[in-house]
Design a binder for this molecule. Structure first.
Ligand code: TRP
Length: 422
């Protein structure tokens, strides 16, 4: 698979943040989070660095309007600390009033990673248990078991062709259809909350590698609309793409001042927000979807303990939720750090916390208090804290965290059963 700049199935993506902003249209998160009533750790610490269309989510949170939060997990191995951030993001958005939807991407794991269905189910339960331990409430489903999702996937498939898949993912003549179907299944995952419920903004917290899916879904959501709506000099133009004439009649009759032309209707003296809502309702009444184009946030990946990505295929790079104290200690003590070659050099020049997997483990998950984290950072760059001590402190924090987390998992295991997964 060639030709794509971000490949969701590669183990590494190394694109500069500037290029993402300039070329891919991902926007920096800073300004938009100022509109939130409360800033969680992942926004404060730059873990989530970019977004598409998050404004509509920030507004929904602030104004207490309905919105969805959805993401998917591919059950291709045991969940580990590398999955924790996105889980926390989902749970936080649910706490802010979002309606949650969690997809277990078993079709994708089967097609792309060749996992058996039984293994998918086994891992799926572990992911869900972690989510419940963090306080998740909301819907959970499996791609292979949801017939409605598959119907939506089929509809979405009618809006994608092979050249688009080639351009976005680098698919070629040798790519199997399972890959293509996983892609349109993910599109359906993202749009599905709006079909099961009413159309509303949807945020999809993901790592950057998933952006191709986000872009494709946003395009398809737009293509599946019956109308386009444009505001220009004093009027709002509603243009039919494939709307039945009866839907156009309803629109013409709904607003006091309209000018009906062939293929579009100009509406005067109305607010754009109102028009959008009304048009969406008309679209649904005529059998359409009325999708709100979904939003996304993008987080940095926590580096693996050996540098690189945290990945199940490199056991020493990850910390699993079930790992015992001795293994945790061994892995953290053996981690790559931002330290210098000798003690003397480190005392003189200080460590490099910003590129240190151990510091980042603390930044992502192990130290909640900002002042404590800032003090650690400071001590490190001043050459006051050596790596051995820092790793040993960090290992204790991880052990303590895991003990508590597993207690929570035990307490919430019944929820996995209750949602039909055991
Ligand atoms: N493709 C995602 C992964 O590799 C999993 C996934 C499936 C997903 N459906 C989704 C992610 C919907 C976000 C939204 O991990």
């Amino acid at each position: 698979m060639e030709g794509s700049s971000i490949n969701p199935w590669a183990s590494e993506t190394s694109l500069s943040v500037e290029r993402l902003f300039a070329e891919f249209g991902i926007e920096p998160i800073d300004q938009v989070v100022d509109r939130l009533p409360e800033k969680p750790v992942f926004f404060r610490r730059g873990i989530v660095f970019g977004h598409r269309d998050y404004n509509q989510i920030a507004d929904a949170i602030r104004l207490n309007h309905p919105f969805y939060v959805m993401t998917g997990f591919m059950p291709s191995g045991h969940p580990h600390l590398g999955h924790l951030m996105v889980m926390k993001e989902v749970v936080w958005h649910v706490m802010q009033g979002g309606t949650g939807s969690i997809c277990i991407a078993d079709r994708e794991a089967h097609a792309v990673r060749d996992l058996s269905w039984d293994d998918c189910d086994r891992y799926a339960k572990e992911y869900l248990n972690c989510l419940f331990a963090l306080g998740y409430t909301g819907k959970t489903y499996s791609q292979r078991k949801s017939r409605d999702l598959q119907d939506l996937c089929f509809e979405a498939s009618t809006k994608v062709n092979f050249s688009e898949l080639a351009a976005i993912y680098g698919f070629g003549p040798d790519t199997d259809l399972g890959h293509a179907i996983s892609v349109t299944t993910q599109v359906a995952d993202i749009l599905y909350p709006q079909v099961a419920g009413k159309p509303a903004p949807t945020v999809v917290p993901v790592g950057l590698d998933q952006d191709p899916h986000i872009r494709l879904t946003r395009g398809i959501a737009h293509k599946m609309r019956m109308f386009t709506i444009q505001e220009h000099d004093g009027c709002i133009s509603v243009r039919s793409k494939n709307a039945p004439e009866s839907a156009m009649d309803s629109i013409a009759g709904m607003f006091p001042r309209v000018r009906r032309c062939s293929g579009h209707i100009d509406i005067y003296d109305a607010s754009c927000g109102d028009v959008k809502t009304q048009i969406r309702n008309i679209e649904i009444a005529h059998g359409g979807y009325g999708f709100v184009t979904p939003s996304a946030t993008f987080h940095r990946f926590m580096p693996g303990l050996q540098g690189g990505k945290m990945s199940s295929s490199v056991p020493d790079s990850i910390i699993g939720f079930m790992e015992d104290d001795i293994t945790v200690k061994k892995k953290v003590m053996g981690a790559l750090t931002g330290g210098r070659q000798t003690l003397a050099l480190q005392k003189e020049f200080g460590g490099r916390p910003d590129e240190c997997p151990v510091f980042l483990l603390n930044l992502f998950h192990m130290i909640d208090d900002d002042a404590t984290l800032a003090a650690l950072h400071e001590q490190c760059i001043r050459g006051e804290l050596m790596c051995g001590q820092c790793k040993s402190d960090t290992a204790s924090r991880v052990q303590e965290f895991l003990v508590k987390f597993r207690e929570k998992m035990d307490e919430t295991e019944h929820q996995v059963k209750e949602c039909g997964w055991l």
